[in-house]
Design a protein around this ligand. Structure first.
Ligand code: G16
Length: 557
C-alpha cells in the first residue's frame, strides 16, 4: 500500500523539558493540540543522529492514551523517514523488555510510553521517554537536544492515513512517499523471557520453588502481569495463585502502581499473614521492584542491592562475565559500598536517574547497580529490571537455602547495618518547596556550618561536609550539578534533600536519612527509632514544616 505524508504547522509549547526519566505530564496536558506531536517530532529530530534509515522500538505500560500515542508515533515515524518500527503486541511492553529488544535487534533506540509508577487514567499521568541505541534512557546531552527542538519547532510530519492493527503479530511493509516503511509487531514477552533463561539457572529456580516455597507477586495491574505469569507460573511452575493483579489496566484499577509499603499495602497485608515465603511487587512499567520476606519482612532497596552484590556470582550470567564493579545513586545507602570494599571492587556514586549508569556499563565498569527508589539492575540491559531483581533474589535464596529475613540478617552480621529511611512530601506547593531548597542551598554554601554540632535525643552529630551533589561522569567527563543537598556527618550519617524529577504537577520533596550501626544488639531495631535523632535534625535544619506547612510525610519507606 502506498501512502503520502504531510507537514503540519505548529509552534513551541512551554514545559516540554524531560525530567528524571522522560516527559511526564497529566494526560490532559498530553491531549492538548499538538502536545504529543511536538514532543515526538523533537525526539526524532533531537534524539536520532539520522532519522532516515533508522529503526526504533515502540512499547509502553498500557496506561490510558498509550495505544493512541503508539499509533500516532508510528504515523510520525513513517512520515519522517524512519525505515522500520518494532512495535510491541498491543503496544504493551515493559521498560526493561524494551531495553532488551533495542539491544537484541541493534536498533537506533526506542520510545517508551509510560509514566512509570505514577497513577494512570484520564485524570492521571502519561509519559514519553526516549532510549538510545544502548537500550538506556537518553543521557542529558540528548534530552537537552530534544528540549531545544521543542523550543524551536514549527512543523511536524505525519502520515495520517497509515492505520496499523497492533493486535496482529507479524510484519507489514508499506510505501510512504516512495520509501519502504516496515512495521514489525512482536510478542511482548518472548525476547525478554528468552534472555532471562540465559542469565539465570531456570531448572534450579524451578526446583527451589517446587520444594514447598510459596511466593506471591503483585503486578499492580501494570504491564508486568503477562511477564510474571509466563516466568513464575509457566516456566518455574508456581501455581496461578502466586500471581495477582496480572491484567494490565489503563488506570491500574485505580491503584498507584508504585511498589512501596504504602502503595503496595495489599501485598504487605497478605504477606503479613505468614503463608508466603517470598513476596514481590512491580510498578506500572516493570522496572521497579519491592522484596518482602515471610511475615512481610521488608528489604530496603539499598539492602537488596548490597545483598545481591555479596552473592552476585551465584548467578550464571556473572559467573560468565565476572563482576566488574558496583554503583548506586547518591541518595541510596552506602551498604553496597561496604560489600565493594570487602570484595575489592569499585563502587560508583551517581546522581538519581538510571541514565547515569549507562556510560559506566558501556565502558565495562559495572555489573550491578541500584537505587533507593526500588530500582535494581545489572549490565544485562540498560534499564532497571523488576523481574530480573526477583529472579536474582530467588537465585540467592536457592543458593543459600535460607529465608529472606535470615539472608538480610546474615548480611548485617557480616557488614553492620546501614539504617535507612525516606520521607516523601507529595504535592507540595512548588514555590514553597523551592523556598526550602533555596534555604538549604544557602545553608550548604555557608562554610561556617562545617563543624557545627546538632543534638537530638541522646545523640550528637557534627557536620563534616555539606554540599549540593555534583557529578563528573568518569567516562565522558560530563558534569551534572545540583543533584541533591547533602549533609554528611563525621560518623558517616547522611541527610539528603532533593525534589522529585518524576512528578507531573506540584513538587514532591524527598528527604533521605541514613545512619550506620555495627552493634549487633541494635540490628533488629526499628529504623524510625534508630534514625529519629537524625530525622529531627533534618527537619530542623531544612525548616521543612515552617516553609511548606507540611507536618508529616505522605509516604515513609
Ligand atoms: C525514575 C528513574 C530512576 C530514579 C527515579 C527517581 O524512576 O528511572 O532512575 O531513581 O525516577 O524519581 P524521583 O526523581 O521522583 O525521585 P521511574 O521508575 O519512575 O522511571
Amino acid at each position: 500500500m502506498s501512502y503520502s505524508s504531510t507537514s503540519v504547522s505548529t509552534s513551541p509549547i512551554d514545559g516540554q523539558k524531560p525530567g528524571t526519566s522522560g516527559l511526564r505530564k497529566a494526560v490532559k496536558v498530553y491531549l492538548q493540540k499538538n502536545y504529543t506531536e511536538n514532543f515526538v517530532q523533537s525526539i526524532l529530530e533531537g534524539g536520532l543522529g539520522s532519522i532516515e534509515g533508522s529503526t526504533l522500538v515502540i512499547g509502553g505500560d498500557g496506561r490510558y492514551y498509550e495505544k493512541e500515542a503508539a499509533l500516532l508515533i508510528i504515523q510520525m515515524c513513517a512520515a519522517n523517514g524512519v525505515s522500520k518500527v518494532i512495535v510491541a503486541h498491543n503496544a504493551l511492553m515493559s521498560t526493561p523488555a524494551v531495553s532488551c529488544v533495542i539491544r537484541k535487534y541493534k536498533t537506533n533506540g526506542g520510545i517508551i510510553l509510560t509514566a512509570s509508577h505514577n497513577p494512570g487514567g484520564p485524570d492521571a499521568d502519561f509519559g514519553i521517554k526516549f532510549n538510545t541505541e544502548n537500550g538506556g534512557p537518553a543521557p542529558e546531552n540528548v534530552t537537552d537536544k530534544i528540549f531545544e527542538r521543542t523550543r524551536n519547532i514549527n512543523q511536524y510530519k505525519i502520515c495520517p492515513d497509515l492505520k496499523v492493527d497492533l493486535s496482529k503479530i507479524g510484519q507489514s511493509v508499506y510505501t510512504v512517499d516512495g520509501r519502504e516503511f516496515t512495521v514489525q509487531i512482536i510478542d511482548s514477552v518472548s525476547d525478554y523471557v528468552e534472555y532471562m533463561k540465559e542469565i539465570f539457572d531456570f531448572p534450579s529456580l524451578k526446583n527451589y520453588l517446587s520444594s514447598g516455597k510459596q511466593v506471591l507477586m503483585d503486578s499492580m495491574n501494570g504491564v508486568m502481569g503477562p511477564y510474571v505469569k509466563r516466568v513464575i507460573c509457566e516456566e518455574l511452575g508456581a501455581p496461578e495463585t502466586s500471581v495477582v493483579n496480572c491484567t494490565p489496566l489503563e488506570d491500574f484499577g485505580g491503584k498507584h502502581p508504585d511498589p512501596n509499603l504504602t502503595y503496595a499495602a495489599d501485598l504487605v497485608a497478605e504477606m503479613a499473614k505468614g503463608q508466603h515465603d517470598f513476596g514481590a511487587a512491580f510498578d506500572g512499567d516493570g522496572d521497579r521492584n519491592m522484596i518482602l520476606g515471610k511475615n512481610a519482612f521488608f528489604v530496603t532497596p539499598s539492602d537488596s542491592l548490597a545483598v545481591l552484590a555479596h552473592y552476585l556470582e551465584c548467578i550464571p550470567y556473572f559467573k560468565k562475565t565476572g563482576v566488574k564493579g558496583y554503583a548506586r545513586s547518591m541518595p541510596t545507602s552506602g551498604a553496597v559500598d561496604r560489600v565493594a570494599k570487602t570484595k575489592n571492587q569499585k563502587c560508583y556514586e551517581v546522581p538519581t536517574g538510571w541514565k547515569f549508569f549507562g556510560n559506566l556499563m558501556d565502558a565495562g565498569c559495572l555489573s550491578l547497580c541500584g537505587e533507593e527508589s526500588f530500582g535494581t539492575g545489572s549490565d544485562h540491559i540498560r534499564e532497571k529490571d523488576g523481574l530480573w531483581a526477583i529472579l536474582a533474589w530467588l537465585s540467592v535464596l536457592a543458593n543459600q537455602n535460607c529465608s529472606v529475613e535470615q539472608c538480610v540478617k546474615n548480611h548485617w552480621q557480616t557488614y553492620g547495618r546501614n539504617f535507612y529511611t525516606r520521607y516523601d512530601y507529595e504535592n507540595c506547593e512548588t514555590g514553597q518547596a523551592n523556598k526550602m531548597m533555596d534555604h538549604l542551598n544557602a545553608y550548604v554554601g555557608d562554610e561556617s556550618n562545617i563543624g557545627k554540632e546538632y543534638s537530638a535525643k541522646d545523640k550528637t552529630y557534627k557536620v563534616a561536609k555539606a554540599d549540593n551533589f555534583s557529578y563528573t561522569d568518569p567516562v565522558d567527563n560530563s558534569v551534572s550539578k545540583n543533584q541533591g543537598i547533602r549533609l554528611i556527618f563525621e560518623d558517616g550519617s547522611r541527610i539528603i534533600f532533593r525534589l522529585s524529577g518524576t512528578g507531573s504537577s506540584g513538587a514532591t520533596i524527598r528527604m533521605y536519612v541514613e545512619g550506620y550501626e555495627n552493634d549487633p544488639a541494635k540490628y533488629e531495631m526499628d529504623p524510625q527509632v534508630v534514625l529519629r535523632p537524625l530525622i529531627d535534625i533534618a527537619l530542623m535544619v531544612s525548616k521543612l514544616s515552617e516553609l511548606t506547612g507540611r507536618d508529616s510525610p505522605t509516604v515513609i519507606t
